[in-house]
Design a protein around this ligand. Structure first.
Ligand code: FAD
Length: 276
């Protein structure tokens, strides 16, 4: 096993993902947690936690730091970066994080509620054919061409500068400007419509803090904008489990932690059943 190959990969470094990783590790599985930023979890926004037993009003940031510390103490690897694509192939899952690819036998999605942001019309259909989630990975393909950057998450400005520096002609829309977006094209991206204005472009970089799980893994069943899971946290795709806010309300730490634990136990059973 190399350092990018695991039994279980966990997408999301919030309470659900961290809990899943600790349980997977306790079951003797190799596991890694992928997360966009150590403090990107919704939990970091909570000023004071009043409803989680034993915490006596601790701040969300302190609780998150303590949870991340648990990962470190157990030697569980954490990969910082945005997952931009997932591929299922021959019983394994390949997850792209920026330019690196990590693989595992089972996948746990713990990407939080923000992942349920609906993709723009044309986004999923034209992904990889003009739509990109990663300027560093795909920028060179658009050298000398006209691209649009939809800056919907932190770090978008740096990505715009990077694309300009390699010779792309960049149209930049911030989150506030990027309303009524529609990505156009049949076989590949040919244009973009923003608030009724049409622009001819060869590529569109959709830079959200998180990429919707339904876009990362087409075919996942959804219900009311959340991942549809069974009682053991299994999604509609074999080998893929989900936990936390991405599976629905109430958005609470206790629920996220409990579901992370259940998802890891189910993923452990799945890996065992499929071990050759
Ligand atoms: C202001 C505020 C106060 C709150 N107060 C409380 C409270 O007092 N008590 C309580 O129980 N709950 C509270 N909550 C809710 C609680 O924070 C959430 O229920 C909990 O954090 C959910 O955990 P999670 O692991 O499911 O998702 P999150 O904590 O949102 O973590 C998801 C992680 O996945 C990452 N991610 C998503 N997509 C990708 C991708 N494509 N690539 C890489 N990483 C990705 C995100 O960046 C994030 O790190 C509060 C929430 C807010 C906003």
């Amino acid at each position: 096993m190399d350092d990018r190959s695991f039994d279980i990969l966990i997408l999301g470094a919030g309470p659900a993902g961290i809990s899943a990783a600790l349980t997977a590790h306790a079951r003797g599985r190799s596991a890694a947690v992928l997360g966009s930023d150590p403090m990107a979890s919704t939990l970091a926004k909570a000023e004071r936690i009043g409803n989680y037993p034993g915490l006596a009003g601790m701040s969300g940031r302190d609780l998150l730091a303590a949870m991340l510390g648990d990962l470190q103490r157990q030697g569980i690897p954490r990969v910082t970066g945005r997952a931009t694509a997932v591929m299922a192939f021959d019983g394994r899952f390949m997850v792209s994080v920026e330019r690196d690819v990590y693989e595992a036998k089972a996948l746990i999605l713990a990407a939080g509620a923000q992942q349920s942001a609906k993709p723009f019309p044309g986004e999923a259909e034209l992904l990889g054919r003009g739509v990109s989630y990663c300027a560093t990975c795909d920028g060179m393909l658009y050298r000398g061409k006209r691209v649009a950057v939809l800056g919907l998450g932190p770090g978008s400005e740096a990505d715009r500068e990077f694309l300009q520096s390699i010779g792309c002609q960049v149209l930049y829309f911030t989150g506030a400007q990027a309303k009524n977006v529609e990505i156009q094209g049949t076989d590949k991206v040919t244009g973009l419509s923003v608030n009724g204005e049409k622009y001819a472009v060869d590529g569109v970089f959709v830079l959200r803090a998180a990429v919707a799980a339904s876009v990362l893994l087409p075919g996942l069943a959804m219900e009311d904008g959340h991942l549809d899971v069974g009682p053991d946290m299994a999604t509609s795709l074999p080998g893929v489990f989900a936990a936390g806010d991405c599976t629905g309300k109430p958005y609470q730490i206790a629920r996220a932690v409990g579901q992370g634990n259940m998802a890891a136990l189910a993923a452990d059973r799945y890996v065992k059943e499929h071990e050759g």
